[in-house]
Write a protein that binds this ligand. Sequence first.
Ligand code: HSE
Length: 455
Amino acid sequence: MKQESQQSVLSAGKDGKPQFNIGICGMGTVGGGTFTLLQSKHEEITRRLGKTLKVTHVASRRQNPAFDTSNIRFSTDVFAVADDPAIDILVEAMGGMEPAFPLIMRAIESGKHVVTANKALIAVHGNEIFAAAKRKGVTVAYESAVAGGIPIIKALREGLAANSIQWLAGIINGTGNFILTEMAQKGRSFPDVLKEAQALGYAEADPTFDVEGIDAAHKLTILASNAFGIALQFEKVYTEGISKVSIADVNYANELGYRIKHLGIARMTDKGIEMRVHPTLISNQRLIANVNGVMNAVVVKGDSVGSTLYYGAGAGAKATASSVVADLIDIARASGSTSGSVPSLAFNSLRTDVPILGIDDIECEYYLRIAAQDKIGVMAQISQVLMTHGINIEALIQKEPDHNAAGDVTVPVVLLTGKVQERQMNKAIAAIEALEQVVDKVTRIRLELFDGEGN
Ligand code: HSE
């Protein structure tokens, strides 16, 4: 293994154009994809940029023979890249908090720009990272952290800069979407599909991040800050994964004209900002309901433009590298420019006057599945509870009786409600569960009509 080999310190490329020296930390899916893309697109990037991007240092635990790094400095210690005076931009492609967080801070302190795909790190430590970057006058870019290859950060920060964002909703975890799609279309079991997503390289190192919605919550945190100009507040995102979604619910939703998707939703309301990640019923007429497999999509509603939709690959080497390299190009383009750069979280001053709402304060429609005894009057009692709590029934189906293993006979009652505050819905659910004829916990899935707006 070659370590700490020759250092490439060039101020200008062979063509005489200014050169930016790139150091890549981590040569897995993201780092390797970025390395390959920079090599294969070298000429075109130089033509776009009028400057050269050259990888001069890579660091990873071991050298990967798949990448020809023979004329490039190689280190097993990622901090050697942060300390390398020849490096202009450090690409953090390792993921996780350690050593990514101290590495990025050290690179910033050394006056280097940073490009990272690390959504967990930005969501949790981004405020500190951006403050340090601002002090040092360097850029920390993270387009690839959210929705892989989709330029959603650029869309929010630049393309939609004239808008007040009203809400956004996204399928921002490819693994979760793949699992729900396979369950809906092929009736496949949850663990079976998860194994395939892992083999395809989409799942996080810890797959509970995908399945329990944590990865989506990281990404939603970043989207919400860019949409509303607020500090990153990951701890305030309500997070629910897909592990409790059953094939029965997928099928009932389908009968009612809905798909169940795992959505990240951020909405500005009169009372504050909603930030929530959970399985959601969406009308099957909507484009986003038809985003399947590992694909990602984000709908953004701006007050001027209306509703816009961004769709594409949310993970994988090529898609993620597409965003990493776009960030590198942006940094190189802006370098030396005296015009204002784009603020890290879209706004030059962040709002502190608007609260993030707890899940009890949100309002939406609901899907409820209630397992009740097959007795006269059950439906009337459930309707009575909902009426007492001021909840409207929009649709209702009562299925054929089910016989469980213990020989009990229950009827699944499936209904869609009108809009109601979650706190009120919790009270109604508690009252339904207290009915003698209701034999199990009520299944509740939130439903989004998106104010009837398109996409
Ligand atoms: N585990 C993530 C996903 C990878 O499935 O979307 C991309 O962030």
